[in-house]
Design a protein around this ligand. Structure first.
Ligand SMILES: O=P(O)(O)OC[C@H]1O[C@H](O)[C@H](O)[C@@H](O)[C@@H]1O
Length: 519
């Protein structure tokens, strides 16, 4: 952990100055405390960060070696030390094919070859040249996956709805039979393509749902082989499952699950929006990669977003951050970011295994505005806890005939950050007082198109990376998900009536009640 003491002292000394007052002393504050990248701007002027705080935050990034670590990541070094792996999701969007080496081997020919195979498959499914064995065109695609094999594709598919011109794409993730039941029920098995998305091809939820889908096809008298494709790095396991190798799209262990939507795991997105739009999505992410690699730290959007995060978490002591897209199609962005951020940076030990001396990743949550306004913004404005808010908004919607609604949407977004900062200190009753001085950032972009969505996701990926470097943790492993999985496997026979006496009192009690309710 870096030495936060100077920043904490600075915070103490300046805490009494409201954020709004920082503008009075500095007419160029907006320009100086924002970062622009083409038609996208990150405004962090509505935070308490002043010039001194910022230079101290930048010094933290420098002292942590953010730039060297970033370069090591892009160079294919094994920065995921606990798993002995490189971290190269960025190679998946390197469409120029410029060499990227892992263990002395250029990975780009393989990456581009897989992309070409995905494109030919997706295009075939879209134009009807790849059909079900009966010769019928696929009208629906069901992607079965969970975590990183679900959240990114779901989020991006929803985000890019105006670009959908392929078969309808559906997602099943939960092991709860209700999920697959409700998704499959309205579909015709004869015209449905099932994609099993699992990096490891061992995840119990996904394998269970895949077998249910296999049975659904078999019960309809169909040969499931012609209805299946797989996205996985475990090609032996996909073969064991009976999926034809020509329908398997593989990737390497240097693509982490939560960073995997840029490659084969993005196939359902590509089927929905087409290969060209998918390339624009990759290009957008690559544009953010280039910016992240080249821009000086102070003008570097992911770095500054990370430093705002460190400021709010470690210096101001705020435990959560709310992601509030004023963009209905980013409905699942908060859920996606929960995995990206909390699975990456929810760590309690440093790279060397020593316990952290300060907090690492915060709790991430959120909902689209304006819906959130009518739900939890009460707490954000008047609660006892301060929640730093991250607003996202497009200058233009896609519905030109509804531009007046978009104006209302943008007005609400800007009004919220204004209200949070300015507040209403005087009121006739204490209940109507808004204390104000509550921080927020705003990311504004021209329109939510594939290129911009790619930039937004890559922005958050690199933000998480920079924060992880500053905290000295490994952002690319996820050991914390293991124990629950192991215990769930051991729990199954007990749920099915086995002897629970060795369990703790509460678990044994629950198992007894379960059996009682089932009798
Ligand atoms: O793609 P899979 O191997 O099925 O993994 C799916 C997910 O499960 C795991 O529990 C991890 O926590 C996630 O990072 C991963 O994305």
């Amino acid at each position: 952990m870096p030495d936060f003491a100077p920043l904490l002292a600075h915070r103490k000394a300046t805490e009494a100055t409201p954020i709004a007052a920082l503008f009075a002393g500095d007419p160029s504050r907006f320009a100086e405390f924002s970062v622009q990248l083409d038609d996208m701007l990150l405004d962090y002027s509505k935070t308490a960060i002043d010039a001194e705080a910022r230079s101290r935050l930048l010094a933290l990034a420098e002292a942590a070696g953010v730039e060297a670590r970033r370069d090591a990541m892009f160079a294919g070094e094994k920065i995921n030390e606990t798993e002995g792996r490189a971290v190269l999701h960025t190679a998946l969007r390197n469409l120029s094919g410029a060499p990227v080496t892992v263990d002395g081997q250029d990975v780009m020919p393989q990456v581009l070859d897989t992309l070409a195979r995905m494109e030919s498959f997706a295009t075939g499914v879209r134009d009807g040249s790849i059909t079900a064995p009966s010769g019928k065109t696929f009208t629906d695609v069901v992607n079965i996956g969970i975590g990183g094999s679900d959240l990114g594709p779901v989020m991006a598919t929803l985000a890019l709805a105006p670009y959908h011109d392929g078969p309808e794409v559906h997602y099943v993730s939960n092991v709860d039979g209700a999920h697959i039941h409700d998704v499959l029920e309205p579909l015709d098995p004869a015209t449905t393509l099932v994609i099993v998305a699992s990096k490891t091809f061992t995840t119990i939820e996904t394998m269970t749902n895949a077998r249910t889908a296999q049975k659904w096809l078999a019960d309809a008298g169909l040969d499931s082989g012609g209805h299946f494709a797989a996205l996985s790095s475990a090609t032996e396991k996909t073969a064991d499952f009976g999926i034809d190798p020509s329908r398997v799209f593989g990737f390497e262990d240097w693509v982490g699950g939560r960073y995997s939507l840029w490659g084969p795991i993005g196939l359902p997105i590509m089927i929905a929006i087409g290969a060209e739009n998918f390339r624009a999505f990759l290009d957008g992410a690559h544009a953010m990669d280039t910016h992240f690699r080249e821009a000086p730290l102070i003008a570097n959007m992911p770095v500054m977003l990370a430093l705002v995060g460190v400021w709010h978490s470690n210096i101001c002591g705020y435990d959560t951050r709310a992601v509030l897209p004023y963009d209905q199609r980013l409905l699942r962005l908060p859920a996606y970011l929960q995995q990206l951020d909390m699975e990456s940076n929810g760590k309690r030990v440093a790279l060397d295994g020593s316990a952290l001396a300060a907090n690492s990743g915060p709790i991430v949550w959120g909902e689209p505005g304006t819906n959130g306004q009518h739900a939890f913004y009460q707490l954000i404005h008047q609660g006892t806890r301060v929640v730093p808010c991250e607003f996202l908004v497009a200058a233009e919607g896609h519905e030109s005939d509804l531009a007046h609604q978009h104006d209302l949407l943008v007005s609400n977004c800007f009004a919220q950050s204004e209200a949070l900062m300015v507040g209403r200190p005087e009121a006739d009753t204490p209940h109507r007082v808004f204390p104000g001085n509550r921080p927020s950032t705003t990311l504004i972009y021209r329109q939510l198109d594939p290129f911009t969505l790619g930039r937004i996701i890559a922005l958050y990926e690199h933000r998480v990376f920079v924060e992880g470097v500053i905290w000295g943790i490994n952002s690319f492993d996820q050991w914390g998900v293991e124990l629950g999985k192991e215990l769930a496997t051991a729990m199954l026979p007990l749920v099915q009536g086995g002897d629970a006496s060795a369990k703790d009192g509460s678990t044994a009690g629950l198992l007894t009640v379960l059996q009682g309710l089932r009798d």
